[in-house]
Design a protein. Structure first.
Length: 93
């Protein structure tokens, strides 16, 4: 089955180092797939089921975890203070 993965998410998986994914429920019929690189940078895509999100990860050759069962990934994601560092990602005004 061909899974449609947004181009920016696929690009993130290809260009970033040591990317892993966390798949979590984010709505009644939607699942979040959060890709996190070794530096704590992340991006996400929303899929209609956990199975589709898993298939997307397999298609991108990205290891995935259901929910936050791997504490190492939470630490990795929280490593960077995206909004507090100079040159970091800014919130919308």
């Amino acid at each position: 089955m061909a899974v449609s993965v947004p181009l920016d998410v696929r690009t993130f998986a290809i260009l970033r180092e040591d990317v892993e994914a966390v798949i979590q429920r984010c709505g009644l019929n939607t699942w979040d797939c959060v890709l996190i690189d070794v530096g704590g940078n992340w991006t996400r895509a929303v899929f209609p089921s956990a199975e589709v999100a898993e298939e997307a990860c397999r298609d991108m050759e990205v290891p995935f975890h259901r929910d936050w069962d791997e504490p190492r990934l939470a630490r990795r994601m929280n490593r960077r203070d995206h909004w507090g560092q100079p040159g970091g990602q800014r919130r919308a005004l």
